[in-house]
Design a protein around this ligand. Sequence first.
Ligand SMILES: Nc1nc2c(ncn2[C@@H]2O[C@H](COP(=O)(O)OP(=O)(O)OP(=O)(O)O)[C@@H](O)[C@H]2O)c(=O)[nH]1
Ligand SMILES: [Mg+2]
Length: 372
Amino acid sequence: MNQPVMYGIVAAAVVFVVLLTIVLLRRSRRAPLARPETEGEKARPDLKLVPPEAESKQPVAVEKRKALKEGLEKTRGGFISRIGSLLGKKQIDAGLIDQLEEILFTADIGAKTSSKLFEAVRSSLSRNELKDADAVWTVIRKESEHILAEAQTLGGKVDLGRAKPFVLLTIGVNGAGKTTTIGKLAAKWAGAGKKVLLAAGDTFRAAATEQLEIWGQRAGAPVVKGKEGGDPSSVIFDAIKRGEAEGYDIVIADTAGRLHTKTNLMEELQKVRRVVQKAMPSAPHETFLVLDATNGQNAIAQAVMFKQAMDITGIVLTKLDGTAKGGVILGICDELKVPVRFVGIGEKVDDLREFDPKEFVDALYENTESAA
Ligand SMILES: Nc1nc2c(ncn2[C@@H]2O[C@H](COP(=O)(O)OP(=O)(O)OP(=O)(O)O)[C@@H](O)[C@H]2O)c(=O)[nH]1
Ligand SMILES: [Mg+2]
């Protein structure tokens, strides 16, 4: 064999080995993704195979705070930014305090809460404690946190382990976000290893059961259904009985949206509660009033009337992401002295946050001191 042919064969062999190595390396990197999809995953394209926490490069707590801050962006752009501009320009004196009063009273946080915040600032000023804008923000923050924390302390914590099944009723006006919140909660609790059953207590709309079933499928939570136009109490009764018989940890009951001003519909809710008690004397263990933050002060009015009719143990405030009226949470807690349990910050399954007064106030008044 002559020399050029030998070199040719050696060069071809080297190229072959290099190419083979590249191909093998690529394959070995792809291997973990080659897991075949299960039937369930194929049927549920909306489900994330990798949980959101695992995808994130940042710690979970940081991610969650960021999402809450983003959810509250519009609210920060409302009365908080107006206070920011006021404090940024002027001396802290009586003239400025008058303007602050006006902003607070038009802030959709309710008259009672506005006057509480305002009085806190005014009394600090009269004690000569307000040297600069930062000091004003500190007073507003502290008073806000106090209002939220007080309701939280009075209401205690949700203890899912206190009964089996733990029965949760959800109530509220039309479109407040009840069904969506149930779906988010079912996914959250099922994800934490709880066996969750849903009760389609909204027998008013045919589509309501279907909507709940979609959420139930995502969470792996079955739905107990009744007939359209049937008695919501009996559906919820059946669900509790099935929950007991089949060892469910949690039963979450949906109800039809209703106007707080309609007496007959509020009486229907009271019947639901009586029937629930018949099915299980210690139930309902929690009754969540779901309120839409975009309703602003009307949400406070709803809350007051629902509380008169039902023993509400917790609030879920939804749609904080879509409104500048998120400060209404202060008015709700102040007026009702009922804790906020969760806040909704979007339509997706993980857009629900457990409510923590300090975290919330930090997110709400984020950057105010430096902005002022
Ligand atoms: N942006 C945003 N949208 C939400 C949130 N929660 C619910 N929604 C949306 O609000 C709309 C109404 O939600 P539902 O869960 O159907 O409300 P509901 O209270 O069950 O309504 P009814 O059964 O008619 O009384 C839906 O389009 C939801 O996607 C939230 O936190 N943020
Ligand atoms: Mg609904």
